[in-house]
Design a protein around this ligand. Structure first.
Ligand SMILES: C[S@@+](CC[C@H](N)C(=O)[O-])C[C@H]1O[C@@H](n2cnc3c(N)ncnc32)[C@H](O)[C@@H]1O
Length: 347
């Protein structure tokens, strides 16, 4: 990720960084108004789109002009606006949609934690609970609409995580895979769809797995998948040949991360494999720090939400898994993706 400021003088570059949220809010407006869905069947004028979305036509024309400048829409000679491939990612009906992800990360209730980032840096405390009076998972449980949006945002990226795992590991010899904190089952569905004969067990919070049946049924794998509503600190289903923890460990400080890994270790039989799927931080002596920009910002996101939840280096994952009793830990990057699989075997 680059901030896109390389050729600007310092004042202009810093100003552009500081107004980066203008871009995210313009993208949000496009998603909230469902402009990509309205443009999916072909180019339309601003007036036509205003009528379809109930928007103020001159202001919508100004938004569209900005979206053209950002490359999300194009403008035809006929004054009609069309969707570009970039803007197409905001359609709600495409398999690689980013619409829920955009709506979640730009939601005012979510951004309020980020507004308090200086406090998090001063104290090390997560700011999401400070502004909402509840930890992130409890907040989602108490606000079902926001919880559903988070689950949908996670599901949008889950197929890519399944692909990354399949790119580096052959699942054909695995009988049962247990996805611990597997959301609504999109990642597991990706593994089961691609691997006939594989069975799955999905564990997540009860209010999350309530939506899993529909996901698994739509993928045609519901008959090969058991769904468990529970708490991964209390217990993890036994009997799997492989256990997946995708984007779980980074949500937690070391003590809780260790407790989750230890719960998996207790549930696993000797010979079972653990696959931790995460975006692994490169070491500090990496030659190009700008390559780390996206990950270091994700790390701040973890600070805001969870305090000690954090992105970790391969070495830090090795130490955590070792402390939980795993050995032969290998960090395997899935080339061409942001994901790595940290693999360990239960002895
Ligand atoms: C960042 S999401 C990752 C979801 C999924 N693994 C993926 O890769 O898309 C973290 C998941 O952990 C689940 N979770 C949080 N606390 C949990 C708990 N105590 N027991 C079970 N699941 C929990 C959340 O509900 C959420 O689905």
């Amino acid at each position: 990720m680059s901030a896109g400021t390389d050729n600007l003088p310092p004042r202009a570059a810093v100003s552009q960084m500081a107004t980066g949220y203008w871009v995210s809010q313009a993208v949000r407006a496009m998603a909230v108004l469902s402009l990509a869905d309205h443009l999916a069947s072909g180019p339309r004028t601003a007036a036509d789109l205003a009528e379809a979305t109930g928007a103020h036509a001159p202001s919508l024309a100004r938004l569209l002009r900005a979206l053209v400048a950002l490359g999300l829409c194009g403008r035809e000679a006929t004054e009609r606006f069309r969707l570009t491939p970039l803007g197409g990612a905001l359609r709600s009906d495409v398999p690689d949609s980013a619409r829920s992800f955009v709506l979640f990360f730009t939601a005012p209730w979510f951004e309020r934690g980020w507004e308090e980032l200086p406090h998090a840096v001063r104290t090390g405390e997560p700011t999401f609970p400070r502004v909402h009076g509840a930890g992130f998972w409890d907040y989602l449980g108490a606000h079902p609409e926001d919880g559903a949006l988070f689950d949908a945002a996670m599901s949008e990226g889950a197929s890519a995580r399944a692909e990354a795992l399949r790119a580096v590991r052959d699942l054909s010899s695995i009988g049962t895979v247990v996805d611990v904190g597997g959301g609504q089952g999109r990642l597991l569905a990706g593994l089961l769809e691609a691997t006939p004969g594989l069975s799955g067990v999905l564990l997540d919070r009860p209010e999350v797995v309530a939506g899993a049946e529909a996901v698994l049924r739509a993928a045609g794998v519901a008959d090969r998948c058991a769904v468990v509503g529970g708490d991964f600190f209390a217990s993890v289903p036994p009997g799997g040949d492989a256990y997946v923890l995708a984007q779980i460990v980074h949500d937690w400080p070391d003590a809780e991360a260790l407790a989750i890994l230890s719960a998996c270790h207790r549930a696993m039989a000797p010979g079972a494999r653990l696959w931790v799927i995460e975006q692994v931080l490169p070491p500090e002596d990496d030659p190009d720090p700008s390559e780390r920009a996206g990950l270091t910002l994700m790390d701040l996101n973890m600070l805001v939400l969870f305090g000690g939840g954090q992105q970790r280096t391969g070495e830090e994952y090795r130490q955590l898994l070792g402390a939980a009793g795993f050995d032969e830990v290998a960090v395997v990057p899935a080339e061409g993706t942001p994901w790595s699989v940290v693999e360990a075997v239960r002895r």
